[in-house]
Each structure stands twice: as structure tokens, then as C-alpha cells.
Ligand binder design. Structure first.
Ligand SMILES: *Cc1c(COP(=O)(O)O)cnc(C)c1O
Length: 382
């Protein structure tokens, strides 16, 4: 049996006619940039995320960059985030000549640990600092929201802009609130492997602040309004009509697909419990007030790399998110961090493994995956 980490072909089979019809219409219209599909998708995503405004942009990375720009982050500013995330969270900060400051994660959710926030702020604020802490980017990693309540409370006290990196968490909820609508900005990615993925790159910024929405809208078209009159130096980052057309079709299925992901996560949990593997394999945990949408199903194991190799030989695709925490990346050497600074992230980077999860995954495939993992640890005699 072959079980790939992700199989988008199966999803496409179910929506092929719908998608082709919409693409055809865009071709007939020959309006490719910021047309009616983008406008409609912006409204639909705002509705889905329970936010007032949504602005379609070129990618999830640009969504973060534009939110930071709108928040006024620039040189000599600092932005707090987690070292255990996709590179784009921190690179967007660095591209504005601001400095990322990292805070370690919680061991169970892999999200930024709010208990370490006050101490970090104490260290980096104060009169002697040449830099100002302007914002924080909590990441809703793997599809579960970060601990937003304390983050918002502390951010309010210190006047930090809160930018949610919700790239992996569309439809996730924290205490009944939708990911992206909780902080000042929410940033989404439509990279094909995300829960709502396009046929290429795409992204969206959502916000409840009209002034900020307007600013992002201007910044995505070179900072110009009206056309050819530039109030700011913006970037060129627009969602295109073809992507928006595809995404609108997919959005109609997102609720079902999300439920299917959640069901498959539950099924994995049960299978691991049934074979008595929960000693060797730590399962993902969701806080009771969180709706985890499982962009990834992440287990934590010993001998991770050997397990991964073994599963590959058995036809099972897995991935390591992420093998090198960001404070140890070569490009961030200048920040002055060293090994041992964020032990929880460093440990997670060595122990976590993403298993195949997608709405079309069958029970037989899931049983096969768990069987093979059980076989591996049986042999390894743990
Ligand atoms: C995918 C992702 C991004 C970047 O999105 P792109 O659309 O690929 O630019 C940012 N942050 C996180 C956590 C992501 O998973």
C-alpha cells in the first residue's frame, strides 16, 4: 500500500467540473488582476473568519509582511514570535529590517508560550534599549490556535500589535472565536498544502480595523491611491483572479473537508490507543476550548529519523515540521541566539513527525500507517 503525506488529486476529482467551469469564465473575461472573483472571495473569507475586512494578497508570506507594514513596523523595531514555525513568520520581520525576538513554545501544543512573554518584554523594553517592541506574531501551528487570551492581555498592556499567523489554521477556533479575527490582523496562506489551497500561491489579510484594512489595500498595490500617486512605498502583491476563482469553489467545501480532517485525527488517536502505542508515540493534544483543524497531525516519538526512513520503505509519506528552529538558522546568526536558548523548540524539532492527513484519507490507509508504526516499535523493543 502507498499512503502519501498529501494527495491533492483525490480532492480535485471531486470538484473538477466546478473548478473548470469557473476557470473557463475567467479566461472568457480576460480580467486577471483584482477582479470580481477576488472581491467576492474577500467577502466570503471575511465571513468565514468572522472578520469585518479581508484583503487578497500574493501569498501567506506577503500577508504577514503587509500586516507588519500596515502596523508601522520598520528598522529598529522588534517583533516577538516563536522559533518553531515556518520560516516566513520570521523572515517577514527581518525583511523590514526589524528584529525577530523569539520566545519558546509550549511542549504540548507547539505554540508560543504566553507565560514567557512578560519576562521577554522586560528584557527588551526599558530606556536603555535602542529598539522598540512593536508587535507579536503568535502562530496557530498545525491548525490549533495559540493561547490568545493572555497574549492579547499582555499585548494590550504593552501596546503591541497582534498579528495572527493563521496560515495553517483557517476555520480553527479559540474559545468560540475564529482564527484570524482574534488579534489586530489575521494572515492566511492559500499555498496548495494548506486546508484551503489554491492552484498556486495566494494569501489573505483579515482585520476588524477599517483604517488598517485600507492601508493593507493600498500597500498591496505599491502604496498607491489614487493610481500613480504614492503615499507609501508598498509592494506588488495581489491575489489573482484565477486563484480566487478556484478558491471560491474550494471554500464551498471547506467546512466538510475540515470536519473530515478532524474525524481522521480522532481515528488516528483511537488506533494508537487501541494498539497500546501511546507510550512510544505522543499524540497531538487540543485544548478543550480549541477547535483544532489539523492541517497537520503531528506525533512526537523517539528514534524519529529511523521511523521516518522505515515508513518511507513501507510506502508511507511523512514530513518533519521543522527540523531547524529559526533561532539556529544560518541567516539569523546576527541575532545572537545559540543552541540551548529554546530547549522546548529544539526538542520538538528532533522528535516530531507529520503523518498523512487529508479529507480523503481512508480508514484502511490509516490502519496501515498505525500498523507499520506499531511494527517499528515492536521491533525496536521499546
Ligand atoms: C505556509 C505558511 C506561511 C507562508 O505562506 P505562503 O503562502 O507559503 O507564503 C507562513 N506561516 C506559516 C505558519 C505557514 O505554514
Amino acid at each position: 500500500m502507498q499512503v502519501s503525506l498529501l494527495n491533492l488529486k483525490l480532492q480535485y476529482q471531486g470538484i473538477r467540473e466546478e473548478v473548470r467551469k469557473e476557470i473557463e469564465k475567467v479566461c472568457d473575461n480576460q480580467s486577471f488582476i483584482l477582479g470580481e472573483n477576488v472581491k467576492a472571495l474577500e467577502q466570503e473569507i471575511a465571513g468565514y473568519c468572522n472578520a469585518k475586512f479581508a484583503i487578497g494578497v500574493g501569498s501567506g508570506t506577503d500577508a504577514i509582511l503587509l500586516a507588519l507594514m500596515a502596523a508601522g513596523v520598520g528598522a529598529r523595531d522588534m517583533v516577538i514570535t516563536t522559533p518553531y514555525t515556518f520560516f516566513a513568520t520570521a523572515s517577514s520581520i527581518a525583511r523590514l529590517n526589524a528584529n525577530p525576538i523569539f520566545i519558546d513554545i509550549e511542549p504540548d501544543t507547539y505554540n508560543i508560550d504566553p507565560n514567557k512573554l512578560e519576562a521577554c518584554l522586560k528584557q527588551f523594553t526599558g530606556r536603555s534599549s535602542r529598539f522598540t517592541v512593536k508587535a507579536i506574531i503568535p502562530v496557530h501551528l498545525f491548525g490549533q490556535c495559540a493561547e490568545m487570551e493572555p497574549i492579547l492581555k499582555i499585548s494590550k498592556k504593552h501596546k503591541l500589535t497582534v498579528i495572527e499567523d493563521a496560515a495553517q489554521a483557517i476555520g480553527a477556533e479559540y474559545k468560540g472565536e475564529r482564527a484570524g479575527s482574534i488579534g489586530d490582523f489575521g494572515c492566511f496562506s492559500f499555498y496548495p498544502s494548506k486546508n484551503l489551497g489554491g492552484f498556486g500561491d495566494g494569501g489573505m489579510v483579515v482585520t476588524n480595523n477599517e483604517r488598517m484594512a485600507e492601508k493593507v489595500k493600498i500597500l498591496r498595490v505599491h502604496g498607491s491611491k489614487p493610481k500613480y500617486y504614492h503615499k507609501f512605498v508598498g509592494i506588488n502583491s495581489r491575489l489573482d483572479e484565477l486563484q480566487a476563482a478556484v478558491l471560491r469553489v474550494k471554500l464551498r467545501h471547506l467546512a466538510t473537508w475540515t470536519n473530515n480532517r478532524i474525524e481522521r485525527a480522532k481515528k488516528y488517536d483511537k488506533l494508537f490507543q487501541d494498539v497500546g502505542l501511546t507510550d512510544a508515540v505522543s499524540l497531538p493534544t487540543a485544548r478543550p476550548y480549541n477547535r483544532h483543524v489539523f492541517n497537520q497531525y503531528i506525533i512526537r516519538v523517539k528514534k524519529r529519523d529511523s521511523l521516518r526512513e522505515y515508513l518511507a520503505k513501507e510506502g508511507i509519506g511523512t514530513e518533519v515540521y521543522y527540523p531547524v528552529p529559526l533561532h539556529l538558522q544560518e541567516c539569523f546568526k546576527y541575532l545572537g541566539y545559540k543552541k540551548g536558548d529554546f530547549p522546548v523548540s529544539e526538542k520538538a524539532a528532533k522528535e516530531t513527525l507529520a503523518l498523512p492527513i487529508y479529507p480523503e484519507l481512508t480508514p484502511e490507509e490509516q490502519e496501515y500507517v498505525v500498523d507499520k508504526i506499531a511494527g517499528f516499535y515492536g521491533k525496536a523493543n521499546l
